[in-house]
Design a protein around this ligand. Structure first.
Ligand SMILES: [Zn+2]
Length: 381
């Protein structure tokens, strides 16, 4: 282990992060970063490296490193895309700046530091192939910050592994589950009439109003590690754009619902339909599910890989690694459900995610790298 520790201390991981920051990869523009990462993986000697087209110039990177010994396969994953730079930066967001033990830049922490950890872990695994058990599968994807098209493409191709580790910026805990997310389009169809004779029509907007304000009476299930999640109206539209004395016969609402583990899309649709029936509304209500859709998931907290990660974390930092379930979604929702690979998030520590002056902590970065390397190279006992 001393040899590995020395190797980690000598890596130029901060240089890697800076290079990654300086190849902008705002969602939709992941092409150049994908080429850079594929090239690095080839140069370090990964067994297979390929780029998978998601759309146009957008390409996932999929690579494999095979160990000399038999064993489990572990997915190391993350997203190449970042949100836009936005306003309010004290330096150029696409020029990495190192200051006071931190590196600043767009994506520093979400998640170019995580990609750097994966690249350097891969490099050490290749050098230590003789003691590597099983296989390391690396999948770096596009579009996580939008519709998760990248991970969905990778899953379609049939990426397989026994367990997944996403290097998202979650350092003080590991995220072993997440809520799902459902976007529902609710439509109310009423009946048009002259507004001076309102009783002859059915006002779809008013009916929708009754329905939306009754949503807070719906039962909300909770789950282990996560409280119940409410229904949230995001948009309502209906009526004529121009002034017109007509009772509106159509109204549409977009409703977002985060689902806790165990709560399904069918449960949510059934609850909404039952509410519309119970309220005995005069308008006809229909509900449909829109993109994006994420199923909820929760990896078993006693999964042997979760416990291994906790024990390595304890060994390196002297602290316990709590397990949490997030109310937000990530690509792990898809890996863990559609992809069939139980996947958790653990990665570098930083701040300013999706804000100005995003940063990552350099000292902690080396700890995370050590945790990743030992997770893959230490005996499975
Ligand atoms: Zn992220």
């Amino acid at each position: 282990m001393e040899k590995i520790r020395q190797k980690i201390a000598c890596t130029r991981i901060t240089d890697t992060i800076k290079e990654l920051i300086e190849i902008p990869s705002v969602t939709g523009e992941e092409g150049a970063l994908s080429d850079y990462i594929a090239q690095r993986l080839r140069a370090m000697g990964a067994d297979t490296v390929r780029q998978q087209t998601v759309a146009g110039n957008r390409r996932n990177v999929i690579a494999e490193i095979c160990g000399a010994l038999p064993g489990r396969s572990i997915l190391l994953t993350g997203h190449m895309d970042t949100v836009e730079a936005g306003e309010g930066w004290s330096s150029d967001p696409f020029r990495a700046v190192e200051r006071d033990g931190r590196i600043y830049g767009r994506g520093a922490c979400d998640m170019k530091a995580g990609i750097a950890v994966i690249l350097h872990t891969a490099e050490i695994c290749i050098q230590e192939r003789q003691s590597l058990r099983g296989k390391v599968v690396i999948v770096l994807v596009c579009d996580e910050e939008a519709y998760s098209e990248g991970v969905l493409r990778a899953i379609e191709e049939g990426v397989q592994a026994d367990f997944g580790l996403a290097a998202e910026p979650e350092y003080t805990h590991a995220v072993i589950g997440s809520c799902g997310k459902i976007l529902i389009r609710a439509e109310a169809r009423g009946k048009a009439a002259h507004a001076a004779e309102a009783s002859k029509g059915i006002n779809a907007i008013e009916e929708m109003g009754r329905f939306l304000s009754a949503m807070d009476t719906l039962h909300l299930p909770g789950a282990e590690l996560i409280p119940p999640q409410p229904y949230t109206t995001l948009r309502v539209s209906g009526g004529s754009e121009r002034y017109s004395m007509v009772i509106p016969d159509h109204c549409e609402a977009l409703i977002s619902k985060h689902t806790v583990p165990g709560e399904t899309m069918e449960d949510v649709l059934a609850a909404l339909k039952a509410l519309a029936r119970k309220l005995k509304l005069s308008a006809q209500f229909t509900f449909s599910v829109e993109r994006p859709f994420y199923s909820s998931f929760l990896v078993d907290r006693s999964h042997k890989e979760v416990r291994r990660l906790q024990s390595i974390y304890r060994c390196i930092t002297g602290a316990e690694l709590p397990l949490i379930c997030s109310s937000g979604v990530s690509d792990n929702n898809h890996w863990s459900t559609k992809g069939g690979i139980p996947s958790i998030c653990f990665g570098p520590m930083g701040g300013g995610l999706h804000e100005a002056n995003e940063w990552v902590d350099i000292e902690k970065l080396y700890q995370v790298l050590e945790i990743y390397v030992r997770f893959l190279l230490e005996d499975e006992s």
